[in-house]
Design a binder for this molecule. Sequence first.
Ligand code: SF4
Ligand code: SF4
Length: 446
Amino acid sequence: MTPGRMVGTMLVVAPPYDGLTRPEEVDAMSESRDDLGMRGRPARPSAGVGPASFHVLAKPAGAICNLDCEYCFFLSKEELYPGSSFRMSDELLGEYVRQLLDSHRTREVTVAWQGGEPTLMGLDFFRRAMDLVEQYRRPGQTVEHTVQTNGTLIDDEWASFLAEHDFLVGVSIDGPRQLHDAYRVDKGGKPTFDRVLRGLDRLKVHGVRWNVLTTVHRANEDHPLEVYRFLRDELGAEYIQFIPIVERPTEHGVPVGTTATDRSVSPAGYGRFLVDVFEEWARHDVGQVFVQMFDSTLASFLDVPGSLCVHSETCGTALALEHNGDLYSCDHFVEPEHLLGNIGSRHMLELVASPQQRAFGDAKRESLPAYCRSCDVRFACHGGCPKDRFTTTPDGEPGLHYLCASYQLFFRHVDEPLRVMTAAVRSGGYADEVMDWYRLRERERG
Ligand code: SF4
Ligand code: SF4
């Protein structure tokens, strides 16, 4: 067995409890809080309210970024906070960390930073965050630190800090130079490829854990193998996320209309991209390279929760915190209608457990058009993210996902090899046995 060989591939699952924490420990952790009801601070709801764990993407600099990637939907979110400084205050930072750690009844808590570009806050902000985590971490709690960055500001000092605190760093790279620079430009319209690679190089030198987030859009959708082989062979990426760009015009920061921009991936282009990458990965790289979409799909075949909210039946446990403490239902719905409240006046667990948030998560399933309800790949697709359900079904019902053609293409294409992987795992074997299956099949076909 190679060191990277695993039962599934990376199979990130989200059980209600972490499987390590016994119920009595959970209770003890809940009771050990000494600040319940502290004057001036929102108190946590009583024990048992809300999910045991949830995920918050905190945006300490709001939507502010040093780059100007043409397809970025976050940039339009600046319009929601006119005149704002877009900087999370120290007071709010403390309150956020306190409430996040206080809310979890699992042993492990993830503290995740995103933007905009979170490194614009400067290292001192993150040093304070580390001190606060130590201050509020309950006995037995472990904290996973993550940050998503464009990588351009990462120097030795940053990389050394990220290594010291064992951050998992997501770096946005869209492929080799000409594909990356198609849309990922700075405020002056200049390419960013070299700066990103310099930042990534610093991470590698300092031994920081990193993964790649690659968006799929009109400029790179026809180059799947070029992109994948670049990430795998040139960068040495072992963990890869592919995120489709589906962009619509916005009014006051809210997407409108039923037409995607020309930069968006085409309705079937994302599926074609994934199929080609899958064919390469499933023949050569299973157990060595981890592609989140493939892992999540295997999880669906194994009937366990996957790591992609967009392909889960319901959602609602991945929220977004703005720089001023406003908590939104999701990072894809940072808009007035989906504002749950502000953690300065209401505890985040109360907001996470609110009927509004539960309805938001359930609506993903309840709003599916009949076409999806009877779809043969619904078990793996679940209709995609509600943000992008702005097209109509063949019989004219609204609410179909813009990428339906891609999803049908991909999920049907991978059905046979994923059944091979599923059977291998269920019989106590390994998912990478699919590579033998491919070899055998190709020999038989001559
Ligand atoms: S709204 Fe979309 S991105 Fe947000 S949690 Fe639901 S599926 Fe995920
Ligand atoms: S593939 Fe299309 S029809 Fe099927 S569940 Fe997904 S979005 Fe709906």
